[in-house]
Design a protein around this ligand. Sequence first.
Ligand code: ADP
Length: 504
Amino acid sequence: MSKKRSRRTWGLKILFAASEAHPLIKTGGLADVAGSLPAALRNLGHDVRLVLPAYPQALERLGEVETLATFEVVNAPEPVRLLGGRIAKSGVPVYLVDSPPYFQRAGNPYTSPNGADWQDNADRFALFCRAVVQLATDRLGLGWKPDLVHANDWQTGLIAPLLSFEPQRPATLFTIHNIAYQGVFDHAAFNRLQLPTPLWSMNGLEFHHHFSFIKGGIAFSDIISTVSPTYAQEVQTPEYGYGLEGLLHHRADRFVGVLNGIDYEVWNPNTDPLIEHPFDLDHLAKRRQNTRALQEEFGLPPDEDTLLFGYVGRLVDQKGVDLILQIIPGLMERTRIQIVMLGTGDLWLEQHLDEMAERYPDRVGVYIGYDEGRAHRIEAGCDAFLMPSRFEPCGLNQLYSLRYGALPVVRRTGGLADTVVDTHPETLANGTATGFVFDDPNASSLWSAVDRAALLYRERPEEWGKVMKNGMRQDFSWNRSAEHYVELYRRAIANPMPNPLVMG
Ligand code: ADP
Protein backbone atom coordinates (compact mmCIF):
# COMPACT_ATOMS: atom_id res chain seq x y z
CA MET A 1 0.00 0.00 0.00
CA SER A 2 1.40 3.40 -0.93
CA LYS A 3 2.25 5.94 1.72
CA LYS A 4 -0.20 8.38 0.23
CA ARG A 5 -3.08 5.99 0.54
CA SER A 6 -2.14 5.00 4.09
CA ARG A 7 -2.00 8.71 4.96
CA ARG A 8 -5.57 9.28 3.83
CA THR A 9 -7.14 6.15 5.21
CA TRP A 10 -5.14 5.44 8.34
CA GLY A 11 -4.09 8.67 9.96
CA LEU A 12 -4.30 8.24 13.73
CA LYS A 13 -4.39 10.94 16.38
CA ILE A 14 -1.72 10.14 18.97
CA LEU A 15 -0.82 12.04 22.12
CA PHE A 16 2.75 11.12 23.09
CA ALA A 17 3.45 11.80 26.78
CA ALA A 18 6.99 11.76 28.17
CA SER A 19 9.10 13.40 30.86
CA GLU A 20 11.92 14.25 28.41
CA ALA A 21 12.38 14.59 24.65
CA HIS A 22 15.33 15.56 22.48
CA PRO A 23 16.06 18.38 21.53
CA LEU A 24 14.07 20.04 24.33
CA ILE A 25 15.52 18.21 27.33
CA LYS A 26 17.56 15.01 27.66
CA THR A 27 19.00 12.86 30.41
CA GLY A 28 19.07 9.50 28.61
CA GLY A 29 17.76 7.18 25.91
CA LEU A 30 14.07 8.02 26.59
CA ALA A 31 14.69 11.53 25.22
CA ASP A 32 16.13 10.10 22.01
CA VAL A 33 13.02 7.96 21.53
CA ALA A 34 10.57 10.74 22.40
CA GLY A 35 12.38 13.00 19.95
CA SER A 36 12.60 10.54 17.04
CA LEU A 37 9.52 8.31 17.22
CA PRO A 38 6.87 11.09 17.00
CA ALA A 39 8.76 12.55 14.03
CA ALA A 40 8.86 9.15 12.29
CA LEU A 41 5.14 8.59 12.97
CA ARG A 42 4.39 11.99 11.54
CA ASN A 43 6.28 11.05 8.38
CA LEU A 44 4.01 8.02 8.13
CA GLY A 45 1.04 10.39 8.07
CA HIS A 46 -0.19 10.30 11.65
CA ASP A 47 -1.21 13.30 13.73
CA VAL A 48 1.22 12.93 16.64
CA ARG A 49 1.55 15.57 19.33
CA LEU A 50 4.06 15.53 22.14
CA VAL A 51 3.27 16.58 25.72
CA LEU A 52 5.98 17.34 28.30
CA PRO A 53 6.31 19.31 31.54
CA ALA A 54 7.39 22.93 30.96
CA TYR A 55 10.95 22.78 32.30
CA PRO A 56 13.01 25.97 31.78
CA GLN A 57 15.29 24.23 29.20
CA ALA A 58 12.27 22.97 27.24
CA LEU A 59 10.69 26.43 27.18
CA GLU A 60 13.92 28.03 26.06
CA ARG A 61 14.61 25.52 23.30
CA LEU A 62 11.06 25.40 21.99
CA GLY A 63 11.10 29.12 21.27
CA GLU A 64 7.78 30.73 20.52
CA VAL A 65 4.83 29.33 22.49
CA GLU A 66 1.22 30.41 22.98
CA THR A 67 -1.02 29.87 25.97
CA LEU A 68 -3.78 27.49 24.90
CA ALA A 69 -5.61 27.02 28.20
CA THR A 70 -5.48 27.81 31.90
CA PHE A 71 -7.10 25.22 34.15
CA GLU A 72 -7.38 23.75 37.62
CA VAL A 73 -5.75 20.45 38.52
CA VAL A 74 -6.57 18.54 41.72
CA ASN A 75 -3.89 19.30 44.33
CA ALA A 76 -1.99 21.77 42.14
CA PRO A 77 -0.57 24.74 44.06
CA GLU A 78 -1.92 27.16 41.46
CA PRO A 79 -3.80 27.06 38.12
CA VAL A 80 -1.90 25.25 35.39
CA ARG A 81 -1.29 26.57 31.88
CA LEU A 82 -1.11 24.57 28.70
CA LEU A 83 1.39 26.06 26.27
CA GLY A 84 1.64 25.15 22.60
CA GLY A 85 4.61 25.23 20.23
CA ARG A 86 6.31 23.15 17.57
CA ILE A 87 9.72 21.48 17.24
CA ALA A 88 11.29 23.40 14.37
CA LYS A 89 13.22 20.58 12.72
CA SER A 90 10.60 17.81 12.79
CA GLY A 91 7.46 19.97 12.79
CA VAL A 92 6.02 17.92 15.66
CA PRO A 93 3.49 19.97 17.69
CA VAL A 94 4.36 20.19 21.39
CA TYR A 95 2.22 20.89 24.45
CA LEU A 96 3.98 21.98 27.63
CA VAL A 97 2.25 21.58 31.00
CA ASP A 98 3.26 24.74 32.84
CA SER A 99 3.21 24.65 36.63
CA PRO A 100 6.12 26.90 37.68
CA PRO A 101 6.22 25.79 41.36
CA TYR A 102 6.79 22.21 40.15
CA PHE A 103 8.75 22.51 36.92
CA GLN A 104 10.52 25.90 36.82
CA ARG A 105 13.59 24.65 38.67
CA ALA A 106 17.32 24.34 38.12
CA GLY A 107 18.66 20.80 37.88
CA ASN A 108 17.25 18.06 35.71
CA PRO A 109 13.69 16.69 35.38
CA TYR A 110 14.12 14.32 38.32
CA THR A 111 16.86 15.65 40.55
CA SER A 112 18.10 18.87 42.08
CA PRO A 113 21.49 20.30 40.98
CA ASN A 114 23.22 18.23 43.70
CA GLY A 115 21.84 15.02 42.24
CA ALA A 116 19.20 14.16 44.88
CA ASP A 117 15.68 13.22 43.74
CA TRP A 118 13.21 16.08 44.12
CA GLN A 119 11.27 15.38 47.33
CA ASP A 120 7.95 16.06 45.61
CA ASN A 121 8.43 13.94 42.48
CA ALA A 122 5.17 12.08 43.18
CA ASP A 123 3.27 15.38 43.28
CA ARG A 124 5.04 16.80 40.23
CA PHE A 125 4.39 13.86 37.95
CA ALA A 126 0.88 13.20 39.30
CA LEU A 127 0.07 16.76 38.26
CA PHE A 128 1.58 16.10 34.85
CA CYS A 129 -0.51 12.90 34.44
CA ARG A 130 -3.70 14.69 35.49
CA ALA A 131 -3.09 17.49 33.02
CA VAL A 132 -2.49 14.93 30.25
CA VAL A 133 -5.80 13.24 31.12
CA GLN A 134 -7.64 16.56 30.77
CA LEU A 135 -5.92 17.16 27.44
CA ALA A 136 -6.63 13.61 26.22
CA THR A 137 -10.34 13.88 27.01
CA ASP A 138 -10.52 17.30 25.33
CA ARG A 139 -11.61 18.98 28.54
CA LEU A 140 -9.30 21.88 27.80
CA GLY A 141 -11.41 22.83 24.80
CA LEU A 142 -8.80 22.46 22.07
CA GLY A 143 -11.23 20.56 19.83
CA TRP A 144 -8.74 17.68 19.48
CA LYS A 145 -9.16 14.28 21.05
CA PRO A 146 -6.51 11.61 20.49
CA ASP A 147 -7.37 8.05 19.47
CA LEU A 148 -4.58 6.85 21.74
CA VAL A 149 -2.26 8.13 24.44
CA HIS A 150 1.26 6.71 24.25
CA ALA A 151 2.75 7.05 27.73
CA ASN A 152 6.40 6.40 28.64
CA ASP A 153 8.03 5.26 31.89
CA TRP A 154 6.88 5.75 35.46
CA GLN A 155 6.44 9.53 35.28
CA THR A 156 3.43 8.92 33.01
CA GLY A 157 2.21 5.79 34.84
CA LEU A 158 -0.94 7.37 36.32
CA ILE A 159 -2.40 8.38 32.96
CA ALA A 160 -3.93 4.99 32.11
CA PRO A 161 -5.38 4.40 35.63
CA LEU A 162 -6.94 7.87 35.67
CA LEU A 163 -8.31 7.43 32.14
CA SER A 164 -9.95 4.16 33.23
CA PHE A 165 -12.55 6.26 35.09
CA GLU A 166 -13.51 8.09 31.90
CA PRO A 167 -16.54 6.81 29.95
CA GLN A 168 -15.17 7.76 26.51
CA ARG A 169 -11.49 7.20 27.05
CA PRO A 170 -8.84 7.03 24.30
CA ALA A 171 -6.84 3.81 23.98
CA THR A 172 -3.56 3.59 25.88
CA LEU A 173 -0.11 2.19 25.21
CA PHE A 174 2.58 2.25 27.89
CA THR A 175 6.27 1.83 27.05
CA ILE A 176 8.83 0.70 29.62
CA HIS A 177 12.25 2.13 28.78
CA ASN A 178 13.93 0.88 31.95
CA ILE A 179 12.07 -1.11 34.60
CA ALA A 180 14.71 -0.33 37.23
CA TYR A 181 13.07 3.09 37.65
CA GLN A 182 9.54 2.62 39.01
CA GLY A 183 8.26 5.69 40.87
CA VAL A 184 7.36 3.96 44.15
CA PHE A 185 6.03 6.13 47.01
CA ASP A 186 4.39 5.53 50.39
CA HIS A 187 0.72 5.37 51.34
CA ALA A 188 0.87 8.89 52.74
CA ALA A 189 1.80 10.17 49.28
CA PHE A 190 -1.14 8.28 47.78
CA ASN A 191 -3.47 10.00 50.25
CA ARG A 192 -1.90 13.39 49.78
CA LEU A 193 -2.37 13.15 46.02
CA GLN A 194 -6.12 12.49 46.52
CA LEU A 195 -6.09 9.70 43.97
CA PRO A 196 -9.39 7.81 43.54
CA THR A 197 -9.66 5.38 46.50
CA PRO A 198 -10.37 2.27 44.38
CA LEU A 199 -6.87 2.61 42.94
CA TRP A 200 -5.46 1.55 46.32
CA SER A 201 -5.81 -2.16 45.67
CA MET A 202 -3.81 -5.15 44.53
CA ASN A 203 -5.24 -4.85 41.06
CA GLY A 204 -4.58 -1.13 41.12
CA LEU A 205 -1.52 0.83 42.19
CA GLU A 206 -0.69 -0.89 45.46
CA PHE A 207 2.76 -2.45 45.46
CA HIS A 208 4.03 -4.05 48.70
CA HIS A 209 2.11 -1.57 50.88
CA HIS A 210 3.43 1.32 48.81
CA PHE A 211 2.06 2.68 45.58
CA SER A 212 3.74 2.44 42.24
CA PHE A 213 3.39 4.73 39.24
CA ILE A 214 4.85 2.20 36.81
CA LYS A 215 2.46 -0.50 38.00
CA GLY A 216 -0.39 1.78 36.98
CA GLY A 217 0.94 1.97 33.43
CA ILE A 218 1.40 -1.79 33.25
CA ALA A 219 -1.90 -2.84 34.86
CA PHE A 220 -4.24 -0.40 33.10
CA SER A 221 -2.90 0.12 29.58
CA ASP A 222 -4.42 -1.62 26.57
CA ILE A 223 -0.95 -2.56 25.31
CA ILE A 224 2.38 -2.52 27.11
CA SER A 225 5.65 -2.41 25.23
CA THR A 226 9.30 -2.32 25.98
CA VAL A 227 12.26 -1.44 23.84
CA SER A 228 13.56 -4.82 22.66
CA PRO A 229 12.16 -8.35 22.29
CA THR A 230 14.81 -9.91 24.57
CA TYR A 231 14.22 -7.36 27.34
CA ALA A 232 10.47 -8.13 27.07
CA GLN A 233 11.30 -11.74 27.94
CA GLU A 234 13.88 -10.87 30.60
CA VAL A 235 11.61 -8.58 32.65
CA GLN A 236 9.20 -11.49 33.06
CA THR A 237 11.84 -13.18 35.24
CA PRO A 238 12.79 -12.33 38.85
CA GLU A 239 16.38 -11.51 37.86
CA TYR A 240 15.33 -8.56 35.67
CA GLY A 241 11.73 -7.76 36.64
CA TYR A 242 12.38 -5.80 39.87
CA GLY A 243 9.25 -7.31 41.44
CA LEU A 244 7.00 -6.71 38.44
CA GLU A 245 7.80 -9.99 36.64
CA GLY A 246 4.56 -11.63 37.80
CA LEU A 247 2.31 -8.81 36.58
CA LEU A 248 4.16 -8.60 33.27
CA HIS A 249 3.87 -12.33 32.79
CA HIS A 250 0.17 -12.12 33.59
CA ARG A 251 -0.18 -9.48 30.88
CA ALA A 252 2.09 -11.26 28.39
CA ASP A 253 -0.60 -11.43 25.69
CA ARG A 254 -0.58 -7.63 25.54
CA PHE A 255 3.13 -7.11 26.16
CA VAL A 256 5.46 -6.62 23.18
CA GLY A 257 9.14 -5.75 22.59
CA VAL A 258 9.82 -3.21 19.83
CA LEU A 259 13.43 -2.26 19.12
CA ASN A 260 14.29 1.41 19.23
CA GLY A 261 15.69 2.95 16.07
CA ILE A 262 18.34 5.64 15.83
CA ASP A 263 18.24 8.98 14.09
CA TYR A 264 20.08 8.31 10.82
CA GLU A 265 20.38 12.01 10.09
CA VAL A 266 22.15 12.83 13.33
CA TRP A 267 24.20 9.62 13.30
CA ASN A 268 25.52 9.51 9.74
CA PRO A 269 29.32 9.20 9.46
CA ASN A 270 29.22 10.76 6.00
CA THR A 271 27.53 14.02 7.01
CA ASP A 272 28.30 14.23 10.76
CA PRO A 273 29.49 17.81 11.49
CA LEU A 274 30.94 16.69 14.83
CA ILE A 275 33.64 14.50 13.29
CA GLU A 276 36.70 15.77 11.41
CA HIS A 277 36.88 13.27 8.57
CA PRO A 278 33.51 12.12 7.19
CA PHE A 279 33.53 8.62 5.71
CA ASP A 280 31.29 5.86 4.44
CA LEU A 281 31.47 2.21 3.52
CA ASP A 282 33.43 2.94 0.36
CA HIS A 283 35.91 5.33 1.96
CA LEU A 284 37.10 3.52 5.04
CA ALA A 285 40.67 4.77 4.74
CA LYS A 286 39.35 8.13 5.93
CA ARG A 287 38.14 6.45 9.07
CA ARG A 288 41.76 5.93 10.16
CA GLN A 289 42.19 9.71 10.24
CA ASN A 290 39.41 9.92 12.80
CA THR A 291 41.26 7.33 14.86
CA ARG A 292 44.40 9.46 14.88
CA ALA A 293 42.40 12.58 15.71
CA LEU A 294 40.72 10.74 18.57
CA GLN A 295 44.04 9.61 20.00
CA GLU A 296 45.23 13.21 19.92
CA GLU A 297 42.03 14.52 21.49
CA PHE A 298 42.53 12.13 24.41
CA GLY A 299 46.25 12.89 24.71
CA LEU A 300 47.37 9.45 23.54
CA PRO A 301 50.29 8.92 21.13
CA PRO A 302 48.76 8.60 17.66
CA ASP A 303 49.89 5.13 16.74
CA GLU A 304 48.59 3.70 13.44
CA ASP A 305 48.96 0.14 14.54
CA THR A 306 47.06 0.33 17.81
CA LEU A 307 43.79 -1.46 18.52
CA LEU A 308 41.69 1.30 20.07
CA PHE A 309 38.75 0.43 22.33
CA GLY A 310 36.07 2.97 23.26
CA TYR A 311 33.33 3.46 25.86
CA VAL A 312 30.57 6.08 26.09
CA GLY A 313 27.79 6.02 28.67
CA ARG A 314 26.51 6.70 32.13
CA LEU A 315 28.97 5.51 34.77
CA VAL A 316 26.56 3.33 36.75
CA ASP A 317 26.38 -0.29 37.88
CA GLN A 318 23.98 -1.19 35.05
CA LYS A 319 26.59 -0.50 32.38
CA GLY A 320 29.28 -2.86 33.76
CA VAL A 321 31.98 -0.16 33.72
CA ASP A 322 33.57 -1.90 36.71
CA LEU A 323 34.14 -4.96 34.49
CA ILE A 324 36.09 -2.79 32.05
CA LEU A 325 38.13 -1.42 34.95
CA GLN A 326 38.94 -4.97 36.03
CA ILE A 327 40.35 -5.97 32.65
CA ILE A 328 42.37 -2.81 31.95
CA PRO A 329 45.53 -3.94 33.82
CA GLY A 330 45.54 -7.22 31.86
CA LEU A 331 45.02 -5.38 28.59
CA MET A 332 47.89 -3.07 29.39
CA GLU A 333 50.25 -6.03 29.60
CA ARG A 334 49.72 -6.38 25.89
CA THR A 335 51.30 -4.08 23.39
CA ARG A 336 49.48 -1.85 20.88
CA ILE A 337 46.21 -1.55 22.75
CA GLN A 338 44.63 1.71 23.91
CA ILE A 339 41.26 2.63 25.38
CA VAL A 340 39.29 5.91 25.51
CA MET A 341 36.34 6.38 27.87
CA LEU A 342 33.69 9.11 28.14
CA GLY A 343 31.05 9.27 30.84
CA THR A 344 29.67 10.74 33.99
CA GLY A 345 27.89 9.21 36.96
CA ASP A 346 28.88 7.46 40.18
CA LEU A 347 31.75 9.22 41.91
CA TRP A 348 33.69 6.03 42.72
CA LEU A 349 33.66 5.00 39.08
CA GLU A 350 34.71 8.46 37.93
CA GLN A 351 37.64 8.40 40.37
CA HIS A 352 38.65 4.89 39.39
CA LEU A 353 38.69 5.84 35.70
CA ASP A 354 40.83 8.89 36.42
CA GLU A 355 43.26 6.69 38.34
CA MET A 356 43.59 4.35 35.34
CA ALA A 357 44.33 7.31 33.06
CA GLU A 358 47.05 8.46 35.47
CA ARG A 359 48.53 4.99 35.74
CA TYR A 360 48.65 4.39 31.96
CA PRO A 361 48.95 7.90 30.48
CA ASP A 362 49.92 6.67 27.00
CA ARG A 363 47.31 3.96 26.84
CA VAL A 364 44.13 5.06 28.67
CA GLY A 365 42.30 8.32 27.86
CA VAL A 366 39.41 9.41 30.10
CA TYR A 367 37.00 12.34 29.89
CA ILE A 368 34.55 12.75 32.75
CA GLY A 369 31.54 14.76 31.59
CA TYR A 370 28.73 14.84 29.08
CA ASP A 371 30.01 15.74 25.63
CA GLU A 372 27.98 15.01 22.51
CA GLY A 373 30.86 15.82 20.14
CA ARG A 374 33.28 13.47 21.85
CA ALA A 375 30.65 10.72 21.83
CA HIS A 376 30.43 11.03 18.04
CA ARG A 377 34.21 11.11 17.65
CA ILE A 378 34.67 7.99 19.77
CA GLU A 379 32.19 6.11 17.59
CA ALA A 380 33.97 7.36 14.45
CA GLY A 381 37.49 6.65 15.65
CA CYS A 382 37.65 3.62 17.92
CA ASP A 383 38.07 0.15 16.43
CA ALA A 384 35.88 -1.65 18.95
CA PHE A 385 33.22 -0.35 21.34
CA LEU A 386 32.77 -1.89 24.80
CA MET A 387 29.26 -2.34 26.23
CA PRO A 388 29.38 -5.00 28.97
CA SER A 389 25.98 -4.04 30.45
CA ARG A 390 24.45 -6.10 33.27
CA PHE A 391 21.10 -5.28 31.69
CA GLU A 392 20.29 -3.11 28.70
CA PRO A 393 16.65 -2.50 27.70
CA CYS A 394 17.67 -1.53 24.16
CA GLY A 395 20.91 0.46 24.16
CA LEU A 396 21.73 3.05 21.54
CA ASN A 397 25.49 3.21 21.57
CA GLN A 398 25.94 -0.23 20.04
CA LEU A 399 23.69 0.90 17.17
CA TYR A 400 25.77 4.03 16.66
CA SER A 401 28.89 1.82 16.72
CA LEU A 402 27.52 -0.46 14.01
CA ARG A 403 26.73 2.52 11.84
CA TYR A 404 30.18 4.08 12.40
CA GLY A 405 32.25 0.94 11.85
CA ALA A 406 33.30 0.35 15.48
CA LEU A 407 32.81 -3.34 16.29
CA PRO A 408 30.61 -3.64 19.39
CA VAL A 409 31.74 -5.95 22.18
CA VAL A 410 28.53 -6.56 24.15
CA ARG A 411 26.97 -8.77 26.77
CA ARG A 412 24.13 -11.00 25.52
CA THR A 413 21.30 -9.14 27.24
CA GLY A 414 18.27 -7.06 26.22
CA GLY A 415 18.63 -5.03 23.07
CA LEU A 416 22.34 -5.88 22.82
CA ALA A 417 21.40 -9.54 22.24
CA ASP A 418 18.89 -8.46 19.58
CA THR A 419 21.18 -6.18 17.58
CA VAL A 420 24.73 -7.61 17.60
CA VAL A 421 25.65 -10.93 15.96
CA ASP A 422 28.67 -12.68 17.44
CA THR A 423 31.66 -13.38 15.22
CA HIS A 424 32.48 -17.08 14.79
CA PRO A 425 33.31 -19.26 11.79
CA GLU A 426 29.70 -19.74 10.75
CA THR A 427 28.64 -16.06 11.00
CA LEU A 428 31.87 -15.03 9.28
CA ALA A 429 31.10 -17.42 6.46
CA ASN A 430 27.48 -16.37 5.99
CA GLY A 431 28.21 -12.65 6.35
CA THR A 432 26.05 -11.99 9.42
CA ALA A 433 28.81 -11.34 12.01
CA THR A 434 28.75 -7.76 13.33
CA GLY A 435 30.59 -7.81 16.67
CA PHE A 436 31.52 -9.86 19.72
CA VAL A 437 28.99 -11.18 22.23
CA PHE A 438 29.65 -12.74 25.65
CA ASP A 439 27.29 -14.30 28.18
CA ASP A 440 28.22 -13.79 31.81
CA PRO A 441 28.31 -10.45 33.61
CA ASN A 442 31.86 -10.89 34.86
CA ALA A 443 35.35 -9.74 33.94
CA SER A 444 36.58 -13.11 32.65
CA SER A 445 33.70 -13.41 30.21
CA LEU A 446 34.33 -9.85 28.97
CA TRP A 447 38.04 -10.63 28.76
CA SER A 448 37.48 -13.62 26.51
CA ALA A 449 35.37 -11.50 24.10
CA VAL A 450 37.99 -8.75 24.05
CA ASP A 451 40.65 -11.38 23.48
CA ARG A 452 38.74 -12.77 20.49
CA ALA A 453 38.41 -9.23 19.12
CA ALA A 454 42.15 -8.60 19.49
CA LEU A 455 42.96 -11.88 17.79
CA LEU A 456 40.78 -11.14 14.77
CA TYR A 457 42.16 -7.62 14.52
CA ARG A 458 45.78 -8.80 14.53
CA GLU A 459 45.61 -12.11 12.76
CA ARG A 460 42.85 -11.63 10.20
CA PRO A 461 42.49 -7.95 9.35
CA GLU A 462 40.58 -8.67 6.14
CA GLU A 463 37.92 -10.55 8.16
CA TRP A 464 37.80 -7.63 10.60
CA GLY A 465 37.04 -5.35 7.65
CA LYS A 466 34.20 -7.62 6.55
CA VAL A 467 32.61 -7.65 9.99
CA MET A 468 32.88 -3.87 10.10
CA LYS A 469 31.10 -3.58 6.75
CA ASN A 470 28.40 -6.06 7.77
CA GLY A 471 27.66 -3.78 10.72
CA MET A 472 27.65 -0.61 8.66
CA ARG A 473 25.07 -2.15 6.31
CA GLN A 474 22.51 -2.86 9.08
CA ASP A 475 19.31 -0.82 9.09
CA PHE A 476 18.25 0.39 12.54
CA SER A 477 16.42 3.47 11.34
CA TRP A 478 13.16 4.51 12.98
CA ASN A 479 10.90 3.70 10.05
CA ARG A 480 10.57 0.02 10.76
CA SER A 481 9.96 0.53 14.48
CA ALA A 482 7.45 3.33 13.83
CA GLU A 483 5.42 1.01 11.61
CA HIS A 484 5.45 -1.60 14.34
CA TYR A 485 4.11 0.97 16.83
CA VAL A 486 1.32 1.90 14.42
CA GLU A 487 0.27 -1.78 14.36
CA LEU A 488 0.22 -1.81 18.15
CA TYR A 489 -1.81 1.42 18.27
CA ARG A 490 -4.44 -0.16 16.03
CA ARG A 491 -4.48 -3.28 18.14
CA ALA A 492 -4.95 -1.23 21.32
CA ILE A 493 -7.77 0.81 19.76
CA ALA A 494 -9.54 -2.33 18.49
CA ASN A 495 -9.14 -4.33 21.74
CA PRO A 496 -9.60 -2.21 24.85
CA MET A 497 -8.38 -3.83 28.06
CA PRO A 498 -11.18 -4.57 30.54
CA ASN A 499 -10.77 -2.39 33.64
CA PRO A 500 -8.65 -4.43 36.12
CA LEU A 501 -10.56 -2.95 39.09
CA VAL A 502 -13.88 -4.20 37.72
CA MET A 503 -12.41 -7.57 36.78
CA GLY A 504 -11.66 -7.98 40.47
P1 ADP B 1 20.81 4.94 28.74
O1 ADP B 1 19.50 5.47 28.23
O2 ADP B 1 20.70 3.75 29.65
O3 ADP B 1 21.70 6.00 29.33
P2 ADP B 1 21.44 4.39 25.94
O4 ADP B 1 22.61 3.70 25.27
O5 ADP B 1 20.09 3.86 25.58
O6 ADP B 1 21.67 4.35 27.50
O7 ADP B 1 21.46 5.93 25.57
C1 ADP B 1 22.41 6.80 26.09
C2 ADP B 1 22.46 8.06 25.24
O8 ADP B 1 23.16 9.07 25.95
C3 ADP B 1 23.21 7.86 23.97
O9 ADP B 1 22.72 8.77 23.02
C4 ADP B 1 24.66 8.22 24.40
O10 ADP B 1 25.48 8.56 23.32
C5 ADP B 1 24.41 9.35 25.31
N1 ADP B 1 25.44 9.55 26.34
C6 ADP B 1 25.55 8.92 27.53
N2 ADP B 1 26.58 9.42 28.25
C7 ADP B 1 27.14 10.38 27.51
C8 ADP B 1 28.25 11.29 27.71
N3 ADP B 1 28.96 11.28 28.82
N4 ADP B 1 28.51 12.18 26.74
C9 ADP B 1 27.77 12.19 25.60
N5 ADP B 1 26.73 11.38 25.34
C10 ADP B 1 26.42 10.48 26.28
